[in-house]
Design a protein around this ligand. Structure first.
Ligand SMILES: *Cc1c(COP(=O)(O)O)cnc(C)c1O
Length: 396
């Protein structure tokens, strides 16, 4: 085993999930577990489902699983589709590739539209694919809203409009695991059929909860969908919003934490302010990257992610070596390059429980690390971010 360096003070966890968990959420989790069939639990169950409806911006069904986000991906597919059903997916990056792999293993027939990992889903391409499918063989279109491997955010309402222009009845499924409660997202208004989410990113909780928001159309599809399912079945879970109860033992203590996190997001800061905060920290981060003379991976400014920024290393320089130097020297964890981006990028997570000074500390760690690692860059990235942040709320 490597001898771990001794660190003092707080660790900086700036990977794009799991994110920093607020102390008060940790305290809320540290209560005695209660009877999940008792009256007190019923109130908790109803309250968190009602809160999650506000986060998804939906009046419809919300299902909560004791699972990681991957489980919620599987739930979306197995509840709505049948073996051999055709599904269109888009190669936006590593997570889209993993979701596709899962869909293929489940026996679905995937059309995987190739991508360069620097762009989001092109709405024109969606329209073209669906318009060509006159027999309506395509049963679902699946999109990752915020590609956590690349820092690229696809334009969900524009893709909805493209599906509508093609007059296609396919279900629209969206992975919001690293965007929900960080970026504006509207399940009902954008007429998404299944939204997939997890607890450990924008919701500021530890890993362990998976979510589906489900439209009436998706609920209707579940009645005839033939993929095998049992644990993930929506029917038994859909009652929770009314009864507060779950068909099997829920993650009671994580739900205590969720209740506290929802209070912070919805009642105290408010979602519009949460979204503005993420936009502002992302802008400050990009200004730092630009001042260093480095590139962000995302190629289209309309698709810049507000929850993370992937920084491209100059040719011949290993991003993981820089990350290691930063971790050893400054106790700051950054996201690694995933899949084909291994060694080529590192990712700065600026989502969840976060503020200006945490961002400043993070960018200081990166700038010192670039220097120590001998990465060709200009000084002044931190100064550029400070200038932007210091200009105050007028800049938000
Ligand atoms: C983190 C993440 C996942 C995977 O979620 P797990 O909780 O690790 O199963 C899937 N999609 C996206 C976009 C993610 O950011």
């Amino acid at each position: 085993m490597r001898n771990l360096p001794i660190h003092t003070g707080r660790h900086f966890l700036q990977i794009p999930g799991p994110t920093n968990v607020p102390e008060r959420v940790l305290h809320a989790i540290a209560f005695a577990t209660i009877d999940h069939r008792g009256p007190e639990f019923s109130e908790l169950g109803k309250e968190v489902v009602a809160g999650m409806r506000r986060v998804f911006q939906t009046d419809g069904t919300v299902v909560v699983y004791p699972s990681s986000g991957t489980g919620a991906w599987e739930a979306a597919l197995v509840n709505t589709l049948s073996p051999g059903d055709r599904v269109v997916m888009f190669e936006t990056g590593h997570f889209a590739t993993l979701w596709r792999q899962m869909a293929a293993r489940l026996g679905l027939d995937i059309e995987f539209v190739a991508g360069d990992w620097r762009h989001g889903v092109d709405p024109a391409q969606v329209e073209e694919k669906l318009a060509a499918d006159r027999e309506h063989r395509v049963k679902a279109v699946c999109v990752v809203h915020n590609e956590t491997s690349t820092g690229v955010t696809s334009r969900i309402p524009d893709i909805r409009a493209a599906i509508d222009r093609a007059r296609h009845p396919a279900l629209y499924m969206v992975d919001t695991i690293s965007s929900l409660a960080s970026l504006d997202y509207r399940h009902d208004e954008w007429r998404v059929d299944v939204t997939v989410a997890g607890s450990q990113k924008g919701l500021m909780l530890p890993p362990g909860l998976g979510f589906n928001a489900v439209s009436d159309k998706a609920m209707a599809a579940a009645k005839t969908a033939k993929l095998a399912r049992s644990y993930w079945d929506w029917q038994a879970m859909a009652e929770t919003g009314q009864t507060g109860f779950f068909p099997y033992t829920p993650s009671t203590n994580l739900l205590f934490g969720l209740r506290e996190a929802l209070k912070m997001l919805l009642d105290e800061e408010g979602l519009p302010a949460v979204f503005r905060r993420h936009d502002r920290h992302a802008e400050a981060t990009r200004r730092a990257v630009a001042a260093w003379g480095l590139d962000v991976l995302c190629a289209d400014p309309r698709e810049y992610s507000s929850s993370l920024t992937a920084v491209v290393m100059p040719e011949g320089h290993d991003a993981d070596r820089v990350r290691q130097i930063i971790l050893d020297g400054f106790d700051l964890s950054l996201g690694t390059g995933l899949g084909k981006l291994r060694g080529k990028v590192f990712r700065i997570g600026h989502l969840g429980h976060f503020n200006d000074l945490m961002l400043c500390g993070t960018l200081c760690g990166v700038e010192m690390g670039l220097h120590r690692a001998g990465i060709p860059h200009r000084a002044g990235g931190v100064a550029a971010a400070l200038e932007f942040l210091g200009a105050g709320s007028a800049a938000a």
